[in-house]
Design a protein around this ligand. Structure first.
Ligand code: PMP
Length: 450
């Protein structure tokens, strides 16, 4: 990308350090600068239009340019642009949103706690779990288990939960109390001759073996996404959750469902918890909660979690935790309006209606010889490319394909060589076809260029 002096691209390179980028490469190539968006499309500063095939970062459920969210923010800005929820204070939007989320929860939940990002929600979950263990007189019960390739954020604790090397390497992570168990990706993790059903059972056995090796009385909680997102869209094999959940129950280990991507319709139910019949004690929510129009996240906790925490805060005299922006009134007002849109337009029913086309077109990408596996559910999916097709370096072919998709007007995201697709939930059937027509053409062009 040629950078004109004083252009936005040049100023971006000069002044901004980016997330999930190679800073030296950034200095050379610059960034794609997006200016506006409408529906499933965004437009860059040069007027080129793209399908936002990732809904931003798996998040803009109702699409770009939704006026009702703009108006909800403006109304709240005028009335009360900021207030907090510390020290026995509150405000309408946070109260309404807490009530709404507890009512929407697919399993009994007792309280909502607000944070500003998925990372903070998971980080707060860990702190509350540790606080609870102390409250219960079980100070040794502090270890947390998550999964290899799980993604739970980037704060010191949530990055430790995340089971991806790039989030640990050179950051001196993970924290020693955080352990990782087997990733439920059948193709890469199965043993020779192991059936999918046996693999699902072995994942649960691996979890139990880890618990026993560490000492069950030291394990406080298990964190997992119903469907893994940023680790490459890993849909668990049949029988996985049925095998894993009894292990947690057996050792009295709390289950935290990270619904940051799955929540609010993505998998064809309001929550991934419903899709997989999960019984979490806590749920973390963000992204589609406000369609990312405002940064907001929430943690739902059941009564088993709440009661000891309440007792401990009473004993100490205060729950010493909270963010200035927790339950921010503008973010909460936008989230409430966003949830109204999701319900009024029955976006969950829409996902269910359109998912068969989405999944069929995704599976069709496997006709290209570069594609070695496709996987997905609802309106989320990935096509895994054979990295050997280009070079031994994992991720090189994914990056090349990503650039080709961009050229052809589709914003996707390569997690190494897995090309992810996670469009806004409002996408129409015709637009699903438009998205995959571009992906097919892009893959063909990459294949021909090799
Ligand atoms: N959990 C999951 C499942 C996520 O996908 C993400 C973000 N991709 C997070 C947590 C972290 O959220 P944030 O980037 O808002 O901190």
């Amino acid at each position: 990308m040629a950078q004109l002096p004083n252009s936005l691209e040049a100023r971006d390179t000069a002044f901004q350090l980016h997330s999930y980028a190679d800073a030296r490469r950034q200095e050379e190539t610059g960034a794609l600068v997006i200016e506006k968006g409408e529906g499933i499309y965004v437009e860059d500063i040069n007027g080129k239009r793209y399908i936002e095939g990732m809904a931003g970062l798996w998040s803009v459920a109702v699409g770009f340019g939704e006026k009702r969210l703009v108006d909800a923010a403006a109304r709240q800005m005028e009335k009360l642009p900021y207030y907090h929820t510390f020290t026995y204070k509150s405000h309408g939007p946070s109260i309404e949103l807490a009530e709404k989320l507890v009512e929407m929860a697919p399993v009994p939940m007792s309280k909502a706690y607000f944070t500003n990002s998925g990372s903070e929600a998971n980080d707060t979950a860990i702190k509350l779990i540790w606080y609870r263990s102390n409250a219960l007189g079980q100070p040794e019960r502090k270890k947390i288990i998550s999964r290899v390739r799980g993604y739970h954020g980037v704060t010191i604790a949530s990055a430790s939960l995340t089971g991806l090397p790039n989030n640990h390497r050179s950051f001196d992570l993970p924290l020693p109390q955080i352990l990782h168990t087997t990733c439920p990706h059948y193709r890469t993790m199965k043993k020779d001759g192991e059936s999918e059903a046996d693999f699902a059972k072995r994942c649960a056995q691996d979890l139990e073996d880890l618990i026993l090796a560490e000492g069950p009385e030291t394990i406080a909680a298990f964190f997992a996404e119903p469907v893994m997102g940023a680790g490459g869209v890993v849909v668990p094999p049949d029988g996985y959750w049925q095998a894993v959940q009894p292990v947690l129950k057996k050792y009295d280990i709390l289950f935290v469902a990270d619904e940051v991507i799955c929540g609010f319709g993505r998998t064809g139910n309001m929550f991934g918890t419903e899709t997989y019949n999960l019984q979490p004690d806590m749920m973390t929510l963000s992204k589609a909660l406000s369609s990312s129009y405002q940064p907001i996240s929430a943690l739902l906790i059941n009564d088993t979690v709440y009661q000891p925490i309440a007792d401990e805060s009473h004993k100490i005299g205060v729950l010493g935790h909270g963010y200035t922006g927790s339950g921010h009134p503008v973010a909460a007002a936008v989230a409430l309006e966003n949830l109204k849109i999701i319900e009024e337009r029955d976006l969950v029913g829409h996902v269910r209606a359109i998912a068969p086309t989405f999944q069929k077109r995704l599976a069709g990408l496997a006709e290209n010889p570069l594609v070695i596996e496709t996987r997905g559910i609802g309106l989320i999916g990935a096509a895994e490319l054979s990295h050997e097709a280009l070079a031994a370096t994992p991720g090189a072919l994914g990056a090349k394909t990503n650039a080709m998709f961009h050229d052809k007007g589709l914003i996707s995201r390569n997690m190494l060589d897995a090309m992810a697709f996670c469009p806004p939930l409002i996408i129409t059937e015709a637009q699903v076809n438009e998205l995959f027509d571009i992906a097919e053409a892009g893959l063909k062009a990459v294949q021909e260029s090799l």
